[in-house]
Design a protein around this ligand. Structure first.
Ligand code: AMP
Ligand code: GLY
Length: 420
């Protein structure tokens, strides 16, 4: 069969790599993919905002299944659109994608269905927001409602910082702002928890801890994610039950009462406070770099899982995992998450020698005249599976020393909370 994958990051390369192992697959297309997917799939440059062009290509090439990696097309309704033309798509529809597209939609769902989350208020203008802020305890968290690639969140230590956040959001820094969210700061440790869903049932799809800050010791600015390890050190069977019973199940029930069913990956961004889970946010996709960290542990044929989800037959599939631990380090362009130079050659990729249980996933890369160039902020992901997180990290760092790419940097302390 033929599969099309939408997206161009490390997550999509990891999905491609996993699908490649299936004997069901004849051909893979990536829209638009990166230099890594180019070795496995046909990269197709198409405007991802133009659903009609995507549909025409899929029908013309007789692609049997489309997998949507990133949130933007999901939130914009690509699944509903393609399904109108009888195209099989793995991903949630537009109603369900509001879980990521609108923080306020999710907060209201939490309130209605008693899902534990930070206490919050929703405000429509600067004055009301500032008045509420005056009475708040600090730190407090201020969020834009829209999709903002993780950038529309301010942790404010005092009223002055809070007022700046309110001004920036209502002045349109993250697009037209009709609402703003002020919420209680939760002090705990973050964890990413994943399920895969077929509209009727769901199965767990692993846990991980991402490292979102750019500098070692979790300092500096927020990024898309500098590295991750799986499973999360916080997960135990008691906590897992709480996550499923207090968060995942009521969310799916709530969605179905609102007329939506959930098909696709669901990513719960949680704050764990004294072994109690609180929902910070939902994402309607796999995490990046969590996907690169988790998928190498999957033993079951990924395409069979995707098809089972599209056919509401996930109950017929046993999802099997390796018991090994996984760690991923992301290599970024110097300057990220602020300005960085593009089109910098990555010269020594061939110096990375991958053994069993070692993986290299490309993110912001492009191939020209057989040379590989960095074109994005996050560029490469190195992943190793091992019985020991420390060995996994050392293996990756050895590879990165061999790469010795002067245009990039990475955090050497990924996994520091599990590696003594
Ligand atoms: P979000 O985009 O909602 O995931 O927020 C981005 C980051 O801000 C999260 O990964 C957390 O590190 C932090 N954050 C968001 N909400 C809270 C909260 N209520 N309490 C503490 N930290 C938060
Ligand atoms: N790793 C964070 C995200 O994918 O949103």
């Amino acid at each position: 069969m033929k599969v099309g994958i939408i997206g161009s990051g490390g997550r999509e390369h990891a999905i491609c790599e996993s699908l490649k192992n299936s004997n069901k697959i004849d051909e893979i297309f990536c829209f638009p993919g990166n230099a890594g997917t180019e070795d496995i799939a046909k990269n197709i440059i198409l405007d991802l905002n133009n659903f009609e062009n995507i549909k025409n290509f899929v029908l013309e090439k007789k692609i049997d299944l489309v997998v949507v990696g990133p949130e933007k097309p999901l939130v914009d309704g690509i699944v509903d659109y393609l399904e109108k033309f009888n195209i099989k798509v793995f991903g949630p529809n537009k109603i369900a994608s509001q879980l990521e597209g609108s923080k306020i939609f999710t907060k209201n769902l939490c309130q209605k269905f008693n899902i534990p989350t930070a206490k919050f208020g929703i405000f429509q203008n600067k004055n009301d927001s500032k008045k509420f802020l005056k009475e708040s305890n600090f730190p407090t968290v201020i969020k834009a409602d829209n999709l903002a690639s993780g950038k529309g969140v301010y942790i404010c230590n005092n009223e002055i910082e809070g007022n700046i956040a309110i001004e920036e959001i209502f002045n349109g820094k993250f697009g037209k702002a009709e609402n703003l969210l002020i919420e209680e700061f939760l002090k705990g440790e973050e964890m990413s928890f994943f399920t895969i869903n077929d509209g009727n049932i769901f199965k767990n799809f692993g846990s991980a801890q991402d490292h979102k800050r750019v500098l070692e010791g979790d300092k500096g600015k927020n990024t898309g994610g500098m590295g991750a390890y799986s499973p999360s050190r916080l997960l135990n069977s008691d906590l897992e039950k709480k996550i499923i019973n207090k968060i995942i199940k009521p969310t799916l029930k709530g969605l179905s009462e609102l007329g939506g069913e959930y098909k696709g990956f669901l990513y719960a961004g949680l704050m764990i406070v004294d072994n109690e889970p609180y929902l910070i946010e939902y994402n309607v996709r796999m995490g990046d770099p969590e996907c690169q960290t988790i998928l190498p542990k999957l033993k079951t044929d990924l395409v069979e899982i995707f098809l089972a989800c599209c056919n509401k037959k996930l109950n017929e599939i046993d999802i099997e995992w390796s018991n090994k631990k996984s760690l991923c380090i992301v290599v970024c362009s110097k300057g990220y998450p602020d300005n960085f130079n593009k089109d910098i050659e990555i010269e020594n990729l061939k110096n990375i020698k991958l053994n069993n249980n070692e993986y290299l996933f490309h993110a912001g890369t492009s191939k020209k005249n057989n040379k590989i160039y960095a074109i994005g902020g996050r560029v490469l992901n190195l992943v190793t599976l091992s019985d020991d997180f420390n060995i996994a990290r050392q293996t990756i760092i050895k590879n990165l020393n061999n790469l010795n790419w002067l245009g990039g940097f990475y955090r050497k302390d990924i996994g520091f909370k599990v590696i003594k």
